[in-house]
Design a protein around this ligand. Structure first.
Ligand SMILES: N[C@@H](CCC(=O)N[C@@H](CS)C(=O)NCC(=O)O)C(=O)O
Length: 222
């Protein structure tokens, strides 16, 4: 099994299936296709039906899209419990994953990862920080994310530090958000946090699998 990802330093879509596959205990090799270097579009087009990463090569097929790979993993590794056992938590965790997958355009665009228009590279892995965003559109996205974090933690978080207590797919999808909050120094208290969203974000940023991902950067995934 081979997981093909973009730049470990800033491909937020790539981080999600990595976290999911690690959680499953899957055996896989990792191939990094650096975006934005010379000839990257051609190299990507050779392996990716959508022209995007991440991709999972398994059982003679190429599965594209971080959500499709994660859903495949939930099916293949039921013991990993990627969806919560409690029915309501399970239904709502899917809502969170889908909302994350399809929404938050302002946060993604204005608090981007990778090179910005000035050529500054924003990363998920380093100690570099950027100025907080000022637009109302980003503030609305952050308020909604804080609302999700506070309400799900309050309702379902008793069994552990993650969104639904024990780790689930929702945490994989929210880890890149935690990276953006950290990198862009976003004050969650100013967006409705009672402290539980900030605690949750801190827990995402110290997940062992996430820390392993940050250490892979520059370590030469081939
Ligand atoms: N919805 C897709 C989005 C994938 C995506 O946009 N990946 C970016 C890298 S982070 C990419 O491949 N960009 C290359 C391009 O757009 O040409 C997923 O979840 O896998």
């Amino acid at each position: 099994m081979e997981l093909i990802v973009g730049n470990i330093a800033f491909s937020t879509w790539s981080l999600r299936p990595w976290l999911v596959l690690k959680r499953c205990g899957a055996e896989f090799t990792l191939t990094e296709i650096p975006l934005y270097g010379d000839g990257w579009k051609d190299r990507l087009a050779q392996v990716s039906p959508s022209g995007k990463v991440p991709l999972l090569k398994v059982d003679g097929e190429t599965i594209w899209d971080s959500l499709a790979i994660s859903v495949w993993a939930a099916e293949r590794y039921p013991q990993a419990k990627l969806w919560p056992a409690d029915p309501a938590a399970r239904w709502l965790s899917r809502s969170v994953v889908c909302e994350m997958h399809s929404g938050f355009g302002a946060l993604r665009t204005e608090c981007g990862m990778g090179p910005d228009a000035q050529g500054v590279i924003h990363t998920m892995v380093g100690d570099d920080r950027a100025d907080p965003p000022t637009s109302e559109a980003v503030a609305a996205d952050v308020r909604r994310l804080v609302e999700i974090m506070v309400t799900m933690r309050a309702r379902f978080g008793a069994g552990g530090p993650y969104l639904f207590g024990e780790w689930s797919m929702a945490d994989a999808f929210l880890t890149p958000v935690a990276c953006r909050f950290r990198h862009y120094q976003i004050d969650l208290a100013a967006h409705g946090d009672d402290g539980s969203a900030a605690d949750y974000v801190a827990d995402l940023l110290r997940q062992p699998d996430f820390l392993e991902w940050t250490e892979l950067d520059g370590a030469g995934a081939h």
